[in-house]
Design a binder for this molecule. Structure first.
Ligand code: G
Ligand code: G
Ligand code: MN
Length: 522
């Protein structure tokens, strides 16, 4: 779980870092900026062309309807109809009709000065062509179509240049369309000579082998090429425009990176730091959950479950901090401190109930780290001496969340504990790393059946597993405790299976010392 989140955080950090490097390059490098400009430009131009085709499609639909309204004689009524259509449709700049008799009429009287002479025209397909206008600084898109009884020609309304060029100076950019040996252009070619090409140029002849490379060059319906030339100051201008956005983006990404790095590298450290403080301030306290002999309904002992009590009195459960404490080794001093606190509590109970020595055991969870260390023996010996307690007052539960690395060391510690008269229990049996090996090597006196098996006890298989654990325990001569008993049915099923020592919410939840149950029915 922890590893997974660390892995995810590391991947995120790498992704954000790459983004920061990319955006920083854009901020610093001219070339990176040029690349971005090119992509942005290409995207915008594709959209612009798509819009033109959209206009052609709209015009086509319009003609579908218009064809039934015409007389095809070019009389006043026809001219009215054409003028009306042109006036009310934004896509159409001019339209004309040629009748079957060869007469031509349109919405404009004077059409002579619209196209350049001689006419320069590139056909993209049978219906769409591009034509230079009179002053050769604009390309007109024309749509041709046979309708019911005549032939229509429509000049599509020109669009604004790409927004990236909109505010640029006169002659700072030039668009050309090349096809069929003809070059049409949009923009101020005369001024572009000095601003882009640094030399006078003869359009139609020079452009194709220009030394200045176009910033964009893309095919147009496979019959022509569209090319854009821009002066350096266009890219410069673009760079200045995006700079504030880049800076904001970079700052945000850096902030995100810092937060991610903090989480990645300091989360564990922060928890460790807080745990050390909690340890110093004795805020890691024991809760006690009774373990009951279900045949006699007597409490025979308690499992000690560590809790972290914050300054404000909030109780933090162990799964939040025990895994980290096991990783950083703090679990050892934490358990040592817990043993001493439990010893004091046992003493208090002896006084409260005027029973000494107390017959109950207090079962303390130990992680593999501690069961492999002789420190545990020294600590427990010292505690027994200091508080004048009996060995049967303590027992240890070995939790196997992490595997035991050195079985020989663990065995030595367990042997010494057994010699002292302190029992060792194997916790969560059926759910740990290597129960049987641990059982064989460590000579545990008791096994605790994991609560998952108790939960499923009503299934046939659940019962079979419990029965086989009991059969095994009988042979191996170890006691069995069942954990996680929450209701009477589970309790009686377990008794039937031969498990008499029970622990669970049904008998009592883990509670702090001042709420500890001494008798089951009090
Ligand atoms: O009490 P529950 O209370 O939520 O306990 C959760 C887990 O924390 C249990 O599996 C238990 O083994 C573990 N745990 C509780 N207290 C201790 C402790 O003092 N030491 C170790 N190593 N584990 C503990
Ligand atoms: O160390 P171990 O994993 O055995 O710790 C026991 C855990 O089981 C603790 O978290 C404790 O709070 C929890 N527990 C104890 N009794 C019950 C119970 O009846 N039901 C459930 N769901 N959990 C329990
Ligand atoms: Mn336990």
């Amino acid at each position: 779980m922890k590893k997974k989140s660390t892995y995810m955080l590391s991947s995120l950090i790498i992704i954000v870092l790459c983004m920061i490097i990319g955006f920083a390059a854009l901020l610093i490098s001219n070339n990176a900026n040029k690349v971005l400009f090119k992509y942005h430009f290409k995207y915008a131009e594709n959209q612009r062309i798509e819009q033109y085709f959209e206009r052609v499609r709209a015009t086509s639909i319009l003609l579908d309807n218009l064809q039934y309204e015409l007389n095809y004689t070019c009389d006043n009524q026809d001219i009215d109809t054409l003028e009306h259509a042109s006036y009310f449709n934004a896509e159409i700049r001019r339209l004309s009709l040629r009748t079957p008799n060869g007469i031509t009429c349109g919405d404009m009287v004077d059409t002579l000065n619209i196209y350049a002479k001689p006419k320069q025209e590139i056909y993209l397909n049978q219906q769409i062509s591009l034509i230079a206008n009179t002053s050769k600084d604009r390309t007109i898109i024309q749509y041709h179509r046979q309708i019911l009884k005549g032939f229509m020609t429509v000049d599509i309304t020109p669009q604004d240049p790409i927004s990236l060029l909109k505010n640029e100076c006169d002659g700072c950019w030039l668009q050309t369309v090349e096809g069929n040996g003809i070059i049409l252009y949009t923009g101020n070619a005369n001024r572009a000579e000095s601003k882009i090409f640094n030399s006078p140029l003869q359009l139609n002849k020079d452009l194709t082998d220009q030394v200045v490379k176009p910033i964009l060059s893309m095919p147009l319906l496979d019959n022509a090429w569209i090319k854009y030339y821009v002066a350096d100051n266009v890219i410069q201008h673009y760079r200045e425009n995006i700079r504030p956005y880049l800076i904001i983006l970079l700052c945000s990404l850096t902030l995100i990176l810092l937060v991610l790095m903090h989480r990645r590298f300091h989360n564990g450290k922060m928890l460790t730091f807080l745990l050390i403080k909690a340890l110093k301030q004795n805020r890691l306290i024991p809760f006690y959950q009774p373990i009951v002999n279900a045949e006699t309904n007597h409490i025979c002992g308690y499992e000690v479950l560590m809790r972290w009590e914050t300054k404000k009195g909030k109780i933090i459960p162990p799964d939040v901090f025990i895994p980290e404490a096991e990783l950083n080794g703090l679990i050892v001093p934490m358990t040592v401190q817990l043993i001493e606190t439990v010893a004091k509590d046992i003493k208090r109970l002896e006084v409260q109930h005027s029973i000494a020595p107390l017959p109950h055991y207090f079962s303390i969870n130990v992680s593999p780290d501690l069961i492999q260390s002789t420190a545990l023996i020294n600590v427990i010996k010292m505690t027994l001496n200091k508080f004048k307690l009996q060995p049967h007052n303590f027992s240890f539960e070995l939790t196997e969340r992490t595997p035991i690395s050195d079985f020989d060391k663990a065995k030595n510690v367990c042997d010494s504990l057994n010699e002292l008269g302190i029992q060792v229990k194997l916790d969560d049996v059926g759910n740990g790393y290597c129960d049987f090996l641990a059982l064989q090597k460590l000579q545990a006196s008791t096994i605790k059946i994991d609560k998952i098996f108790v939960k499923n006890i009503c299934d046939h298989n659940g019962m079979v597993i419990i029965e086989s654990i009991v059969a095994f325990a009988d042979k191996a001569e170890v006691e069995v405790i069942a954990e996680g008993i929450e209701n009477r049915e589970q309790a009686s099923a377990l008794l039937r299976a031969g498990v008499k020592y029970h622990q669970g919410y049904y008998y009592g939840k883990p509670v702090p010392f001042d709420k500890i149950k001494f008798n089951l029915f009090e």
